[in-house]
Design a protein around this ligand. Sequence first.
Ligand SMILES: [Fe+2]
Length: 527
Amino acid sequence: MATIGAMSDSTLDPRGRARRTLLVTGAAAVAAWAGRAPLLAMRDVSGPDPFGMGVASGDPWADSVVLWTRLAPQPFAEDGFGGMPARDVRVRWEVAVDERFTRVVRRGEVTARPSSAHTVHVEAGGLSPGREYFYRFEAMGHRSRTGRTRTAPARGTAPSTRLGVVSCSRYETGYFTAYKHLAAERPDLVLHLGDYIYEYQGNPKTPVARPFDQGEIVTLTDYRRRHALYRTDPDLQELHATAPFAVVWDDHELDNNWAGDVAEDGQTREQLLTRRAASFQAYHEAMPLRRAARPAGPSARLYRELAWGDLASIYMLDTRQYRDDQPCGDGNRVECDERLRPSRTMLGREQEAWLRARAVASRARWDVLGQQVFFGELWRPLPDGRYAAPMDSWNGYVAARGRVLDMFARPDRNFVVLTGDVHRHYAGTLHAGDPDTPAVGAEFVTTSVTSSGDGTDDMTSIAPILARNPALKYSADKRGYLVADVTADTWTTHYRVVSYVTRPGAPVETRRSFVVEAGRPGLVQVG
Ligand SMILES: [Fe+2]
């Protein structure tokens, strides 16, 4: 075996991270590749670092996980190609059981292509269940930072697991401090429940926390550049490099409150579908998703199950692509007979049938929906004192909600719904009938990471909601995230809150904690 040349230099990048820039050449490269020696070696090079958007992993199974990166030395390049040449580039990857990569267990090489904006999706297989791994990439003479990930536990096991739950991260509204704090908790899996990006025009002049100059996004190039903007955020990069994500989109990855093939306003069906194809392609490119979720034109199968050993079956739902239009003109409605119509669908026929089949087959301790919009009954006060239900949520699809409850509201099941969208924390019980009937599950709604700004501790707007909705036990109008510590016996959700988001560096605190005991649906406040 040929001798490998000088080992790499360590340098510090502008954020102070240790970084190594490397070049592998000729016979030495082949030798390094074929042997058990560290794959990445050699000397510093001066070309731009293509790994400025970090690394990510996602959709862990018991034996495999998706590893992601994107080559983009200039992430915001106007053509959406990140400063890359219009040619294929080889990318090497490796997975190790230790952070120093002394025990590499898998390695390989893939091609990053211009047609997918030089994004890389590796489905690294042959891994052991329920264990921590480290991964990194090399291309164009550079090495990426190291990411940490985990595989799902094996069937027949139900180890304690920490889930992070996040949604609604609007870049210009604030700093992603919540992502940074969640990363410090080293979750086993992060569920991102949508509004990962926002499609709105930037506000280059108005006094927002993080102004940027880009119009409302419509084309594939627009969507790619918006994802690139978000993915240069150091806190988001840190969270991606710390834990695998399971992602689903809500509306703002495409267009506010879109429903199936109906846009919010001002667009024909054809325009919306064209935009949907662009949005879906950019989303798949940007996310650590499996090949099965890759879109074909304006369609993509995003819904899927993540089997977490015998502990949990996590059903990641798509409540946008197949739903009927919001009833009664959307918005909040005091009265709306249409929302009760039995034929109305939220999931579409195929996804609903799939979920029913999964529910019947499930043997997991916890059945978990990872989904976008408010699931339980919700009435919000209007200025005139009356109460109205939000038509974009499951409250506009009442029969569909009932059908899902029928699937999981059984004595041998433990049913938990995880939700985003509303930019507020909520904790509530779920009921097959009126709120005074026995609970059949629990819903934990995470607030936004930044959307709606710093928020308030003034409970004036929240008190009437809790008074009108007895199933709701808690709400807060601050930014943050959820952490769920899950065991075979208990599900404990912690409501984490950051003090502010319009400036960086906010501390985090736990505002409430609720427990669900397996076999006893209902919430017990423990903190
Ligand atoms: Fe949102």
